[in-house]
Design a protein around this ligand. Structure first.
Ligand SMILES: [Zn+2]
Length: 164
């Protein structure tokens, strides 16, 4: 198995949050939901979540969501709107809805082994037959810092080159 750099390798001096955003072709969306749910990244747990109105797509979206295992309870409580729950600061979340994949590491997330698991998951999902990656980008910022694009590219070959 080829070793890859973690997707956020170039984002590490920036932040505090690191985000990976990718779009697949609209025709790939159904396959994406299936492929995304098929493999749970190492260190993560699947978080069932009801379909909900989505600001990004301006309609109700179904989600496939994974959260790092130490934050699963906090995340579920936040979904339930439990006001006694404190904010989640350091976390890793993967979210798929329609044609979008988002990976977010709050305050850099929980460590490089998580980023490697995310990258392995990403490659497995994006190389599933029927899924066409259109564009992707690595963004860093948040908590008062401007979001800046660290790198952007198109297609799976471009992404593979970036993390090789
Ligand atoms: Zn959506």
């Amino acid at each position: 198995m080829t070793d890859h750099k973690p997707w956020c390798w170039e984002a590490t001096p920036s932040g505090p949050d690191w985000i990976f955003i990718a779009h697949v072709s609209p025709a790939s969306a159904a396959d994406l939901a299936q492929a995304a749910a098929a493999v749970v990244p190492q260190g993560y747990a699947f978080c069932p979540r009801d379909a909900a109105p989505c600001r990004y797509h301006q309609q109700v979206c179904s989600y496939v969501t994974f959260v790092d295992t130490s934050n699963v309870e906090a995340y579920r409580m936040n979904l339930r709107g439990d006001a006694t729950q404190k904010n989640i600061w350091i976390y890793n979340i993967i979210e798929v809805h329609r044609d979008v994949i988002e990976i977010e590491c709050g305050y850099g997330g929980r460590g490089e082994e998580y980023n490697r698991a995310e990258t392995a998951w990403l490659l497995a999902v994006l190389t599933t037959p029927g899924i066409v990656l259109r564009d992707w980008k690595v963004v860093a910022g948040g908590e008062g810092y401007d979001y800046k694009t660290i790198r952007e590219g198109s297609g799976i070959d471009d992404l593979r080159r970036y993390i090789t």
